[in-house]
Design a protein around this ligand. Structure first.
Ligand code: FAD
Length: 447
């Protein structure tokens, strides 16, 4: 069985040319880096984006493809509302079919207690005039063709969307390149170059780029990169397994999360399935930041499984160097693409759970499966800020498992922050200093 639609043997699409100088350098070619670069280019700012592997080869192509307002943290909600509008505009502008459709997101509830848990978001949805609504048991059953189990009810937002991530972010990168962004794949950023404590350039494996402004949007690698410059962020990464079925009859056109299995229909007629748990490898950063994660872990005690150590070369492996210099190979080019193996027991379980839920299917055949390392913060919301300690350095990372949908909103905001414009949203919740200024950790919703 192939492991993932993306192949490391795929040809490199963006080769540069490698510039000597650039107004802004973006580190990381995921949805956050790509959309930030794109919005900067629209303002005619010269941008170079360096990606150690391939555009969107890590989280930004491995995700479920949900673009949801439903269940969002209160401070993320206005940003994701903007992001939904931007997704529609960018899908038009890029002129490629990225599979963007408005087929809704639904959360199933097993009990009245779980139904009551939806009330917090329902109040928020009311304040923003969203189309989110609660469904009773009968209405929930009517959403699906032939669901075998009775649920207490559900919360649903019909205006939420989906897209095919492995098409969407590369299409946005091609749009960014057409708008003038210089994208260099297979090019790791090793270190910042600082003069008088300020950003004066970036050292990459291909040489130095002179710049006064750098964005770190490195997904699961951001904390490793920043720590080498004395900036500690409590970011961890968990492995999440995903499977894609062969095309099958339509039982629901949108995206659905239940306790055991989450699923969403893809454009090719198959379903993307995922379990309700993930795996945390116990590395040095886990021990360093463990106490900060306790509130989130206690809120979902059964959502996390543990392994003793991460495979070699992962950001939080025991053997991964924590310090290096610009003139030697860095951990980033040693691992071009973080490509964890999917967990076999999870694949068996989600296939069985999906089949049990929709018993009309004689079999559920998997076409492919993969896994991704989700970068997370203790309060389940990202860091979107400038680094006060290093003028010229901006950080947008820790999207905590829901950065695909909100990505273009974050990209637009960061492009304005970099230009010195008002971001248009209250970013206090996403400030870097919240982990050092004595604020309590206040976890946002996990899904
Ligand atoms: C299995 C799974 C399911 C998910 N489902 C959803 C979903 O349905 N909806 C949703 O909204 N979100 C979802 N997410 C989360 C979402 O995919 C991420 O939050 C989002 O893609 C993060 O984007 P990013 O740009 O911050 O990071 P990434 O996409 O991880 O990109 C970071 C990039 O930076 C590069 N990089 C790192 N360091 C360097 C360096 N030093 N030099 C050069 N390049 C570097 C990496 O190679 C990588 O390509 C899911 C994630 C996973 C893994």
């Amino acid at each position: 069985m192939p492991t993932f639609p993306f192949s490391l043997n795929d040809p490199i699409q963006h080769l540069g040319p490698f510039p000597k100088t650039s107004d802004v350098v973006v580190i990381g070619g995921g949805v956050v880096g790509v959309t930030t670069a794109l919005f900067l280019a629209k303002r005619r700012i010269s941008v170079t984006l360096v990606e150690k592997g391939r555009i969107a080869a890590e989280q930004s192509s491995r995700n479920w493809g949900w673009i949801r307002k439903q269940g969002r943290d209160a401070d993320e909600l206005p940003i994701v509302i903007e992001a939904c509008r931007l997704w529609k505009e960018l899908a038009e502008e890029c002129g490629e079919d990225i599979g963007l459709t408005q087929t809704g997101v639904t959360y199933l509830a097993n009990s009245d207690k779980e139904m009551a848990g939806f009330e917090t978001f329902m109040k928020l949805a009311g304040a923003y005039d969203l189309d989110t609504r609660l469904l009773d048991s009968g209405q929930t059953a009517a959403l699906f063709k032939g669901i075998s189990r009775k649920f207490a009810g559900a919360m649903t937002t019909p205006s939420d969307m989906r897209a095919e991530p492995w098409r969407a972010v590369p299409a946005l990168a091609r749009l960014a390149a057409r708008l003038g962004v210089t994208i260099v794949e297979n090019c790791a950023a090793r270190t910042l170059d600082l003069s008088g404590g300020k950003v004066s350039g970036v050292w990459t494996e291909a040489g130095r780029i002179e710049t006064s402004t750098v964005l770190v949007a490195g997904g699961a690698w951001s904390s490793l990169f920043l720590r080498n410059h004395g900036i500690s962020i409590p970011q961890l990464a968990v492995r999440a397994t995903v499977a894609a079925t062969e095309p099958m009859a339509e039982i629901h056109s949108g995206a659905v999360a239940g306790a055991e299995v989450a699923f969403r229909r893809r454009q090719d007629g198959g379903y993307t399935l995922a379990p309700g748990n993930h795996r945390l490898y116990l590395g040095p950063d886990v021990f360093r930041h463990a106490t900060r994660y306790l509130p989130a872990l206690m809120a979902h005690p059964f959502g996390t499984r543990y392994s003793l150590a991460a495979p070699k070369g992962y950001p939080d492996s025991w053997s991964t160097p924590r310090n290096w210099t610009a003139d030697a190979e860095s951990p980033f080019e040693r691992m071009r693409v973080l490509d964890p193996a999917p967990e076999k027991s999870s694949l068996d379980a989600i296939r069985c759970d999906f089949k049990r839920l929709f018993q009309q299917f004689e079999s559920v055949r998997l076409k492919t499966a993969w896994a991704g390392m989700i970068d997370a913060m203790p309060d389940v919301v990202p860091i979107v800020d400038r680094a006060q300690a290093i003028p010229g350095l901006f950080i947008a990372t820790g999207m905590s498992g829901h950065g695909f949908g909100i990505g273009p909103g974050i990209g637009r905001i960061v492009s304005d922050l970099i230009q010195g414009n008002a971001p248009g949203h209250d970013l206090n919740r996403f400030r870097l200093s919240r982990f050092t200024d004595g604020s309590p950790i206040r976890p946002g919703p996990a899904i």
